[in-house]
Design a protein around this ligand. Structure first.
Ligand code: DHB
Ligand code: FE
Length: 284
């Protein structure tokens, strides 16, 4: 049977993708950020998931204002890196797993989570930057990837509670898949940041620390946080953080925190990162 071994929370700051692509990850500005991911790359090599289920948000790349799905599940054989204005990032094509995607779509929809099914989709920095942070610059991504795009761009975004419960439904879907596959789930985006208007540049380390503590130790309480609190405390783009609750909901109630990293600033954003392992329950 397929099983979820671990979860990763990770910011998706586009400038970090640029740093990887331009090979400047060791300079004075980016060096301290990428140092925080050295453990993670080694951990990923040992963890070796067959599949990464990657919860992320699209930034008006695959979707624009003409169509705004709350939850869009990738069901394609592959996903091309999108051109976000500077040409597509020079990263490998993202390979999917159509049989597993179809199973997850069926399981979620029959479990009353209505997914939009994406048989074609280009993926932007929301998906490719976390892969670069965790895997570096391989010729091919060493795992299959199933993308789940969550709307956090146009209000109303889903609540943290809805995301947490969706994570639980994803767990049921993956646990009921007949093939032996090890799955790592990523929740991405955040941390506190605001890209526009008077509070542009807002970063709130106290909020971010509280959020990371909730994710690790008390997700049920954390998932009840209202949109207005994200907006006030974490800035307009801080709402990206609800996606981490999809990841957390798919894990066991009790997890082991293997690694945590927090750094300010990267571009306009606080970079946050956490690695959580499920207690293995006899699996290798
Ligand atoms: C930045 C952060 C984001 O989450 C994003 O999607 C785009 C830009 C930034 O900090 O520059
Ligand atoms: Fe973003």
């Amino acid at each position: 049977m397929a099983w979820i071994s671990s979860g990763v929370g990770c910011s998706h700051v586009p400038a970090l993708g640029v740093a990887v692509d331009q090979k400047i990850t060791n300079d004075d500005y980016y060096g301290p950020i990428f140092k925080g991911f050295e453990y993670s790359k080694k951990w990923m090599e040992q963890e070796k998931p067959d599949v990464v289920f990657l919860v992320y948000n699209d930034h008006c790349t695959a979707f624009d204002a003409s169509c705004i799905p709350t939850f869009a599940l990738g069901c394609a054989a592959e996903y091309q890196p999108a051109d976000e204005g500077w040409g597509p990032r020079p990263v490998p094509v993202v390979k999917g797993n159509q049989r597993l995607s179809s199973h997850i779509a069926q399981s979620l929809i029959l479990d009353e989570f209505d997914m939009t099914i994406m048989n074609e989709m280009e993926v932007d920095h929301g998906l490719t930057v976390p892969l670069s942070m965790m895997y570096g610059t391989p010729d091919e991504w060493p795992c299959q990837v199933i993308p789940l795009a969550v709307n956090v761009v146009q209000y109303p975004a889903p609540t943290g509670n809805r995301c947490y419960n969706l994570g639980k439904a994803i767990r049921r879907a993956i646990d009921s898949y007949d093939e032996d596959l090890k799955v790592c789930i990523f929740g991405t985006g955040g941390m506190s940041h605001q890209l526009q208007h008077e509070r542009a540049g807002l970063i709130n380390p106290d909020f971010d620390t509280k959020f990371l503590n909730y994710i690790a130790n008390d997700p049920v309480t954390g998932s009840q946080m209202k949109h207005v609190e994200y907006l006030r405390e974490a800035g307009s783009e801080g709402i990206e953080l609800v996606m981490w609750y999809v990841m957390r909901g798919a894990l066991n109630d009790e997890v082991t925190e293997k690694h945590r990293f927090y750094h300010v600033p990267a571009s306009n954003t606080a970079v946050g990162h956490i690695i959580l392992e499920n207690h293995a329950e006899g699996k290798a």
